[in-house]
Unconditional design. Structure first.
Length: 121
């Protein structure tokens, strides 16, 4: 899974910040590494240095293998909190999306359990 970080001109995009954001995203989304081709993060300061709560934004865009890209946004007081929140939101979105792909019509039910179920043997 490739991770790319983009920042606006109001965010100091030093190596330390980039590395930290990459590690945060990679650790939170590690379980989807086989199912996601790339993650792109866009970091921005909405108030351009004026301060205020919730003015840091992290937008994550994931490209799942063989599917359309999906995106989430999280606003917070710090870049760190914004990235953590966006990564957690993306993890929930991907878990939901990939979970639905495997839960198809015709699966096990109460009336028709799987042939290996203990009650059917």
């Amino acid at each position: 899974m490739q991770i790319q970080i983009n920042t606006d001109s109001n965010i100091d995009s030093g190596d330390k910040l980039i590395r930290h954001v990459e590690e945060e995203i990679a650790s939170t989304l590690e379980r989807f590494s086989d199912q996601v081709v790339s993650i792109e993060a866009h970091l921005s300061d909405q108030n351009a240095g004026k301060g205020g709560s919730g003015d840091k934004r992290c937008v994550l865009q994931a490209r799942p293998t063989g599917q359309q890209p999906v995106a989430v946004t999280h606003n917070a007081a710090t870049i760190d909190d914004a990235c953590r929140g966006a990564a957690e939101s993306m993890a929930h979105l991907l878990a939901s999306r990939f979970g639905r792909l495997h839960e198809t019509k015709g699966g096990d039910s109460i009336r028709h359990p799987h042939k290996d179920h203990p009650r059917t043997n």
